[in-house]
Design a protein around this ligand. Structure first.
Ligand code: NDP
Length: 452
């Protein structure tokens, strides 16, 4: 049989696809990668990276206005220039697109521009040309999902928000997940009037209940008009912007309505029907524990498979795939104890179980928590409070959940995630010396469990 064009053909050059292509290429596979949009996918272009840059930008107002004065600085703040921020951000993203291109070519992978579609178990079509491969990897990611309602065409999603020509002065944000709370903080920090509506009683479903409640209080202190049990029923265009009608019948006049109501796996015109792959109820491609679909030569990773939709998880799934197929090292991705952060203001980070999950899993648990004012705010008069929580399985003394709301939560919880991975016990936390004065030391000095 004639040799196929590639050992591996990857559809989608986002975080997962590039990681898999690069590792496979470096292990010696001949790799082709099709991408129809931008190299680096959602994370690099319209997700994690530009979002974090905007989060940094939005912190300056508070630092200049409140914090600086308390520490003796007299700062004259001129105006904030949205276009300068977006221009600088775009330049950095372009640089990263180049870095991703270099990663692929450095691993000897061919980058083919265009939409990839499966024709049969070993053939992919891109821009009218067919390529054959022993293995096909689907890594097309996800796409914002907006509900149907009158006037929804006037709303934007996270795909557009990064490219607005002007900073909206009045913003309505719909949703209570990662993206909604992050952008509420960004626009609020940059000085816009922000209303965030969430359809349920408390946002960030899936996170620990105390974390959710604490964050809601902090976000309100920061000035976001946060409304629970509220949704939008209609959006109309008006002479000077948009008018949204809410479920309580009231209306809001704003400049932009940002929908952050989740993302759906991106399977449009992927040719799944040509190989008999059916998506599950959430529209995701089902895979086994090695990320293999029901077609033996076709694998899928990342948001397309809707396991845990986070960039580092897609990277992990990509590494496992490449090691399994091209490095003689079978590796199943592990989806336990995955740390995550929400870059809200203040940020949230967690690893392990929520209290509710721990109560279901273990016969008896102990909960330790602490709410305090970070040292910095003793001079800023800031009202912000940090919250930390540990959940311990009483039988084994293992720390099974660790949560935080407060500055640098992501930076701190990353380190503690290693300890959790190693099965650290509460006694080992207690025997760890703190670094003083930090907020992090609180995690190793919580002595008394909460009375149940
Ligand atoms: P999420 O799934 O996190 O949240 C979606 C939110 O929209 C939920 O609050 C949901 O409510 C609500 N919602 C869903 N449908 C409707 C509707 N029809 N009307 C009103 N509200 C609705 O999605 P995001 O869009 O925030 O983020 C997408 C994914 O991107 C996340 O799953 C996350 O994995 C990833 N991400 C990660 C980040 C990070 O790691 N820091 C940052 C940004 C994104 P309900 O809870 O009631 O279902």
């Amino acid at each position: 049989m004639a040799e196929r064009d590639f050992d591996l053909f990857v559809i989608g050059a986002g975080s997962g696809g590039v990681r898999a292509a690069r590792f496979s290429g470096n292990f010696g596979a001949r790799v082709g990668v099709a991408e129809e949009r931008y190299l680096g996918g959602t994370c690099v272009n319209v997700g994690c990276i530009p979002k974090k840059l905007l989060v940094y930008a939005s912190h300056y107002a508070e630092d200049f206005r409140d914090a600086a004065k308390g520490f003796g600085w007299k700062v004259a703040v001129e105006e904030f220039d949205w276009s300068a921020l977006i221009e600088n951000k775009n330049r950095e993203i372009e640089r990263l697109n180049g870095v991703y291109d270099g990663l692929l070519s450095g691993a000897g992978a061919a980058h083919i521009e265009g939409h990839g579609k499966i024709i049969d178990p070993h053939t992919v079509e891109v821009a009218g040309k067919q390529y054959t491969a022993d293995t096909i990897l689907l890594a097309t990611g996800g796409w914002p999902k907006l509900p149907e309602l009158p006037g929804i065409e006037h709303a934007i999603s996270s795909n557009e928000v990064f490219f607005l020509e002007e900073q909206p002065r009045r913003v309505l944000i719909v949703g209570g997940g990662y993206i909604a709370v992050e952008f509420a903080g960004i626009f609020n920090g940059l000085g816009s009037d922000v209303v965030q509506v969430y359809r349920g009683p408390l946002f960030l479903r899936g996170f620990d209940d105390d974390v959710r409640a604490h964050l809601a209080g902090e976000i309100r202190k920061h000035g976001v008009d946060l409304r629970f049990d509220t949704n939008v029923t209609e959006i109309e265009k008006t002479a000077d912007g948009l008018r949204a009608t809410l479920t309580d019948g009231s209306t809001l006049d704003v400049d932009q309505v940002l929908y952050a109501t989740g993302r759906a796996p991106l399977t449009d015109n992927l040719g799944l029907e040509n190989v008999g792959i059916e998506t599950n109820a959430k529209g995701a491609v089902p895979v086994d524990e090695y990320s293999r679909t029901k077609v033996p030569s076709i694998y899928a990773i990342g948001d397309l498979t809707d396991r845990i939709n986070l960039t580092p998880v897609a990277l992990h799934e990509g590494s496992c795939f490449a090691n399994t197929l091209y490095n003689d090292t079978p590796m199943k991705p592990v989806h336990r104890d995955v740390p995550a952060a929400v870059f809200s203001q203040p940020p949230v980070a967690s690893v392990g179980l929520t209290e509710a999950e721990a109560r279901e899993t273990y016969a008896e648990i102990d909960v330790y928590d602490s709410t305090f004012r970070a040292l910095k705010h003793t001079l800023t008069n800031g009202e912000e409070r940090t919250y930390m929580k540990l959940i311990v399985d009483r039988k084994t003394d293992r720390v099974v959940g660790l949560h935080m709301v407060g500055p640098d939560a992501g930076e701190m919880v990353q380190g503690f995630a290693v300890a959790m991975k190693c099965g650290a016990t509460k006694a080992q936390f207690d025997s760890t010396i703190g670094i003083h004065p930090t907020s992090a030391e609180e995690f190793v000095t919580m002595r008394e469990p909460r009375k149940s």
